[in-house]
Write a protein of this length. Sequence first.
Length: 304
Amino acid sequence: MAAPPHIEIKAVILLVLMTSLIAAFLLYVMYARGVFEVTQRLVLVSDDSEGIIPGMDMTFAGFAVGRVRRVELAPDGKARILVDVPRKDANWLRVSSVFTLERGLVGDPKIKAYTGILTDPPLPDGATRTVLRGDTGAEIPKLVASARTLLENLEAMTRLDSSLNASLANVQAATNRMGGKYGLLGGALGGDEQARKAMLALDRVNALLASADRRVFGKAGIADDTQAAVVQLNAVLQGASASLKKLDAVLAEAQAVGKNARVATDDLGVLRAEVDSSLRKASRLVDEINRKWPFAHKSELKLP
C-alpha cells in the first residue's frame, strides 16, 4: 500500500504546531505567574516556615499583591520567606505596613499585609520585616484555660454561701427596711423602731432648744433681765465712782484747809452715805444677776 503523498511534510508541520502550542502555553503560564513582571523583593522573617511553600500568595485587602518565591533558613535559625512583589502592586506596601502569618484550624497558612497609612513612604526594594504570627491552634489551650477559670469563678460566685449571695441578701434586707414607714431613715438605722426612737429624740431636742430660746431670748427672758440689770449696775457704779471722786476732793480740801475741817467733815458724812447707798444697790443687782443668769452661779463682783 502506497503512503499518502507529502506525509513527511504533514508530520513536520504537525510537530511544529504542537511544539508551538506547548511553548505558547508555557509562555502564558509564565506570564500568568508573573515571571515577566518587574518585581521587587520583600524578605519576611519568621520563627518557622511550617506550611509555607513557594508560589503562595501574599494578600492585601483580599487581593494578591505578592508571591512567595523561595523559603530558606537563615544563619540565626530563623526562616526567611522571599516574596516577589510586582511594581504595580508595591504602592500598597509602605514602611509602616504590618505582615502577618495566620494559621487557621483548617487549611493552609496565609500571609497578609496591612497598611494603615497609605501616605507613608513606599516600602523599599529588599526590605526585611518580621512577620507576626496568628496561630489559632496555639490559642485554643489558652482559651480553654481561660474558660475553665471563668467557669470556676462563676461557680464560686453563685454558691449559696458566696459573698455575692450574702451581699445580695443584705441589699434585699436594706431594701425591705427602706420600704417601711420611715423609708430611707429606717433602712439606714436598721428598722422602723430605731427610726422612731431617733425621730422622738430629735423632737425632744427641738423642744428643748425652743424652750431654751424662749427663756433666754424671749420677752422678759434671762437675756432681757440680765441686760436691764447690767444697765442698772452700770449706772450705780458710775454713781459710786462719782461719789468717791467727790470724797477724794473733799478729803484733799480738808487736809489743805484746817479751818474748814468742820464743813469738810459734814460733806464727808453726806458722801459716805451716798457711797453706802450705791454699794447696797450694786450688791442687790449682783445678787439678782446671779439668780437669773444660769451659767454664772458663783460669779462675784468686787468693788473698790
